[in-house]
Design a protein around this ligand. Structure first.
Ligand SMILES: [Zn+2]
Length: 191
């Protein structure tokens, strides 16, 4: 049974997202902030931007550091979300190291199947594909087009149900690794 307190509603969060304790202590208050990775068009420059509280808190019970306000995921991951790890040299190197490490640790070979949820432009999957491993990216934003242009099979999936459908439609049926890039922090209801 999925714990009810793991289903985080949009807005202020007053209990720990993991253990449900209300013993949350403020660590850092960065005030009201605009959404990052939401670039303004020329037409939007004169309009007022929505701001949200950005506060980091720490749970006394389980020690998880977390933020205490949740913005609607559809606003954060809008279709034109521009985040692309592939344009940052250090991120490309880091994700290549990660794929090599996972290939070695789990002894992955040709024929294995790796899925990444929230795959962005497919940078992480590139490292697996180079070794002949079958890959699939699942991405809620239009960034998936860049992955597909770069030869990384990537499906658009705005929610977890469509992600499952996309994964189960692929061969082979047996997953070797399924990974997630900062998805848990933004997918509020996995049911
Ligand atoms: Zn806690």
């Amino acid at each position: 049974m999925y714990p009810e307190h793991h289903i985080i509603k949009n807005g202020h969060i007053d209990k720990c997202q993991i253990c449900n304790s209300n013993k949350l202590n403020l660590i850092l208050d960065l005030g009201q902030q605009r959404l990052c990775d939401t670039l303004l068009t020329k037409e939007m420059l004169d309009q007022q931007e929505t701001k949200y509280p950005l506060r980091m808190v720490w749970c006394e019970e389980c020690s998880l550091a977390q933020i205490d306000y949740c913005v609607d995921g559809n606003l954060v991951y809008h279709p034109d979300y521009p985040y692309r790890p592939g344009i940052t040299k250090e991120l490309v190197e880091y994700q290549n190291c990660m794929s090599k490490s996972l290939i070695s640790k789990y002894n992955l070979k040709q024929g294995n199947f790796v899925v990444v949820l929230g795959s962005n432009d497919g940078t992480l999957l590139t490292g697996f594909k180079e070794y002949g491993i079958k890959v699939l990216g699942v991405e809620p934003t239009n960034i998936e087009k860049i992955a597909n242009q770069n030869g990384i099979d990537c499906a658009t999936a705005p929610n977890i149900q469509s992600a499952i459908k996309a994964i189960s439609s692929k061969e082979p049926k047996c997953l070797s690794i399924i990974g997630s890039l900062y998805t848990a922090g933004r997918v509020l209801n996995l049911n």
